[in-house]
Each structure stands twice: as structure tokens, then as C-alpha cells.
Write a protein that binds this ligand. Sequence first.
Ligand SMILES: NC(=O)C1=CN([C@@H]2O[C@H](COP(=O)(O)OP(=O)(O)OC[C@H]3O[C@@H](n4cnc5c(N)ncnc54)[C@H](OP(=O)(O)O)[C@@H]3O)[C@@H](O)[C@H]2O)C=CC1
Ligand SMILES: O=C(O)[C@@H]1CCC=N1
Length: 273
Amino acid sequence: MKLAFIGGGNMATAILGGLMAKGFRGADAVVAEIDAAARARLASELGVSTVEAPGAEMARVDVIVLAVKPQNMREVAKSLAPHLSKQLVVSIAAGIRIADLTRWLGGHSRIVRAMPNTPALVQAGITGLYATDAVTLSDREKVNELLAAIGATVWLDSEGDIDIVTAISGSGPAYVFYVMEALEAAAKDLGLAPDKARTLALWTFAGGAKLAAERGLDPAVLRAQVTSKGGTTQAAISVLDAAQVKAMFVAAIKAAHTRSQQLGDEFGKDPQS
Ligand SMILES: NC(=O)C1=CN([C@@H]2O[C@H](COP(=O)(O)OP(=O)(O)OC[C@H]3O[C@@H](n4cnc5c(N)ncnc54)[C@H](OP(=O)(O)O)[C@@H]3O)[C@@H](O)[C@H]2O)C=CC1
Ligand SMILES: O=C(O)[C@@H]1CCC=N1
């Protein structure tokens, strides 16, 4: 499979890095990236070919991944339109809807929306996917094969569900790192060396996730197994509950969901654009 990425930033690097660790050849990918320093980095670190803007080379690829920020998507899609024939287009942008992409791409309808996350870099990503009826079964299989190489995939029945995936697992690694930051900060405050603080925070997350995945138990049950009556965990959870931390997390994730919907409204609202 030959791949093109438009936009060679964090997420394109994570997906390409993950694919290459699975045997995909850098020589089979071209990245259109506006920034010269980023092009140099992509070429030297991943061995991909790079161009400043999409052009004739797009005719030689099977799948084109749109990996620019939502703000840049209209301009990028319009510049890609003259180079499209039967390539499958996969957009990973938060918020931007298929109807708007189709219009900007000059009526091209072979489009899948995907919402991956950065652990793709270590093949531990999770990607939500949505395709319209215009996308064939073999296209779905092709995009699934691509993204399954860098983690799990979940197909969605409604395009609106992509906004939920964006808020949960697209942004989700940031929530994990946020709590890791707090664990590290506390360990250091209490007197542990920074390297030990990091090791404890890291393995607590890795171990917790592995236990939950392998046992398949409700997280509330797993939490109860840690929480001895009158013990240390209960002392900590009481502080979190008093500050309504769980409710705050739910509110934060709903804010991400609202922002994803707003991005679609903000950058796709003008049907003449
Ligand atoms: N980061 C994440 O965890 C996730 C991101 N996404 C989505 O992926 C998309 C990319 O995000 P991310 O990788 O973080 O963003 P980045 O800003 O890291 O990458 C986007 C890259 O595209 C470049 N670019 C801008 N305009 C053009 C253009 N006209 N042609 C070619 N390249 C261009 C940018 O250059 P410059 O910086 O100079 O503008 C930048 O290098 C977004 O739409 C985001 O919603 C989805 C899931 C997770
Ligand atoms: O923060 C963002 O908008 C992107 C989408 C999901 C993760 N990063």
C-alpha cells in the first residue's frame, strides 16, 4: 500500500512511526508538509519522501491521510482536489465533517473519518472510524488494515460519535499524562528522586491498565480491591471525592466533546466555501 500524508506533525509522525515499526517502508510514503524544518526531520527520521504541497505524486498513492489542523483543512482539501481520482481519503482532523470535506475535495466521496491517538507510535493506539455508504467494503478493509497495525480500531455507526471518540480517546492520552504529572509531582514533593518518581508513576499506569484489560473487571471493582477500610487509599479517595474530581473529569471531557462539535461548525459552516 502506498500512502500520502498531508501535514507531517505530531499525529502523522505517530502513525508513520507505528506503521514503520510494523514493517511498513518509509519509501512507500510521501508527506506533504509546509514547514521546511519538519520536512527535513521527517526525511531523516522516517526516510519518507517529502513535498511542500500536494502535487502529481498524489496520483501514485492508494490512501491519502489528511493530518493538518482543522483550521488548515479547507485550504489543504481544496489544493488536493485537482490531484484526486480514486484514492481513498482518510481525515484524522477533529470536528471536520465528511459533507464539508466532500465539497472542498470537489465532490470526492471516498472519505473515511478516523480519530486515532498518539500511542499509535508504539502500536498501542485506539482509532474510531466512520465511513459513509459511498465507501466500499474493500476501502473499509484497507483503512482498517492500516490502522489496526498501530492499535485497536472501533467502527462507529454515526458520524457524530467521532466527536465522542475525540473527547475520550483522541484527547485521552493527555488526561493520562496529566494524572501521571500529578503522581510524579507528589512523589517528588514527598522526597523521592525524580527518576524514581517517574518510574513509579509510569508503572502504576501501565500495571493498572494491564490488570483492567486482562481481568475485564469494572474499574470500580478494581479500585475497591485497592481500598482497604480505614487505609491509605481511602484517605486519598476521600480528598478526591470531596473536591468532586470525578465530576470535574466528566465536565472536562464534555468540554472536549463540545469543542469537537464547534470545530465542525466553525470551519465547515459556510456551504459556499
Ligand atoms: N495530536 C493528537 O493527539 C491528535 C490529533 N488529531 C488531529 O490530527 C490533526 C493534526 O494534528 P497534529 O499532528 O497534532 O498537528 P500538528 O500541528 O503537529 O501537525 C500538522 C502539520 O501540518 C502542517 N501544515 C499546516 N498547513 C499545511 C499545509 N497547507 N500543507 C501541508 N502541511 C501543513 C503544520 O505546519 P505548521 O505547524 O507550520 O502550521 C504541521 O506541521 C489535527 O486535525 C488534529 O485534530 C487527531 C487525533 C489525535
Ligand atoms: O487536541 C486536539 O484538538 C487533537 C484532537 C484529539 C487530540 N488532539
